[in-house]
Design a protein around this ligand. Structure first.
Ligand code: GDP
Length: 410
């Protein structure tokens, strides 16, 4: 008996459901357009048979249908507005709005402190020891050397700290933190001009030309990525940018750069693979002048094993660009994880072109933040930007205070 009742019930339910579907299908064709509040548009526009939409697409569609039925809504013309809405659906390849650059280092601070704890916190712990004997001072020295601060700056810092700790007498943790903060800042330098020089120059014809930035460095350091990120920094600061893909040595570099450019609406000037980098650089500046762009960023190729070739090539790129007018900035990209090797690279590049600023990449992946001190000493030019990740906006203007605070906490 129960079974019969159950069977009848199931039959009723199934019939009802089928009927409902049919009715709802028909209703779609007959009813007037929905009031604005009806949440039908997005779900119904989803192509019904998209396999990848899977469960997620079906649920909203069913929801929409339910809503239509519940609210007693139409569908005949409901489909019309839905289709009209379709043009909204294809998302235009929108030009991204990069994050503002102010305070980026503070935003990325967590990454910095994670990777640099052994330096800052290690030093603080050692300085807080009850007895600061020779052994402890040696450990402090080792900590600095391990972080790639370099021999001479390490010695200077340890001497200064020894002297000041002696004068201090009792050492509260706060005293020590402030003292270390001051000394690290003195070592890094707070009065250097760390802005990337992108102001317009006066061209050889007497007219204004875009600011020209050459980005140099060994392939693999993150040079192309940095050029792309820098374009975003400049766009975020309201400047228009033209990119020059003069790294014709690495096959994918031009495509990579162009993709970065497209994301922020910057045109990329490129040439054939293996083509003459200097002529691409020349054309890029020419394009920048024609577009009255604010800045032209030129990505160059770097390969140390053919030092002479590199010298010739880079020197030529710069000379050829200078036929238009001055190059405002030559940024050397160094990978912070390469330690002493990075310093060797810095030396070689400095022989080739006048480096005016350094970009240290991959600081998120190393505890060797001391390289900032070492490389500034080596080249006598400031670190201007730091790379703190692979994200598009993970390039930050270098601010010594924010950096030191991330190291030792504030
Ligand atoms: P190029 O040969 O010097 O032009 O090198 P690329 O620009 O292609 O970069 C090499 C790799 O380094 C890529 O995988 C980048 O995503 C990565 N990279 C660049 N900068 C950073 C950074 O600041 N942090 C991290 N973690 N990776 C980076």
């Amino acid at each position: 008996m129960e079974t019969v009742i159950l069977a009848v019930l199931i039959a009723v339910v199934v019939l009802g459901a089928v009927g409902g579907l049919v009715v709802s299908g028909r209703k779609k064709k007959q009813l007037p357009p929905p009031p604005p509040a009806a949440p039908v548009t997005p779900p119904v526009t989803a192509p019904p048979a998209e396999p990848q939409v899977g469960e997620e697409a079906e649920t909203p569609r069913e929801e929409a249908r339910r809503t239509i039925e519940e609210v007693g809504l139409p569908t005949a013309e409901a489909e019309a507005p839905v289709e009209v809405a379709e043009p909204e659906a294809p998302v235009a390849p929108a030009v991204e709005v990069p994050e503002p650059t102010a305070g980026r280092l503070v935003r990325l601070r967590a990454r910095l402190s994670r990777s640099q704890t052994s330096l800052g916190k290690g030093l603080l712990t050692l300085l807080s020891r009850e007895r600061l004997d020779d052994e402890t001072w040696e450990e402090i020295e080792d900590t600095l050397l391990t972080a790639d601060v370099g021999v001479a700056p390490t010695q200077e810092l340890v001497d200064r700290l020894r002297e000041r700790v002696k004068v201090l007498g009792t050492r509260t943790p706060e005293d020590l933190r402030l003292l270390l903060r001051e000394e690290l800042l003195a070592l890094i330098g707070t009065d250097a001009d760390r802005s990337v020089h992108t102001a317009n120059g006066i061209g050889n014809g007497g007219d204004e030309i875009p600011g020209v930035v050459l980005v140099v460095g060994v392939n693999g350091t993150g040079k192309t990525t940095t050029t792309g990120k820098l374009a975003r920094v400049l766009v975020a600061d309201g400047k228009s940018v033209v990119l020059g893909a003069a790294d014709t040595f690495r096959a994918a570099a031009a495509d990579q750069l162009q993709t970065w450019g497209e994301r922020v609406g910057a045109r990329t000037v490129r040439g054939p693979e293996g083509g003459d980098p200097a002529s691409i650089a020349y054309d890029a500046v020419k394009e920048g002048i024609a577009e009255t762009a604010d800045v032209v960023l030129i990505d160059t190729a770097g390969r140390l094993h053919t030092k002479t070739g590199l010298m010739d090539e880079l020197g030529k790129v710069k000379r050829v660009v200078e036929k238009h007018g001055p190059v405002g900035e030559v940024l050397l990209v160094l990978d912070a994880t390469t330690g002493q090797n990075g310093l060797v690279q810095a030396r070689v590049f400095a022989e080739v072109v006048d480096i005016t600023g350094v970009v240290l990449t991959k600081l998120d992946g190393t505890a060797k933040g001391g390289i900032i001190v070492a490389v500034q000493r080596e080249l006598g030019v400031p670190v201007k930007l730091v790379g703190l990740g692979e994200g598009a906006d993970d390039l930050a203007p270098f601010e010594p205070e924010a950096f030191v605070d991330a190291l030792i906490g504030d």
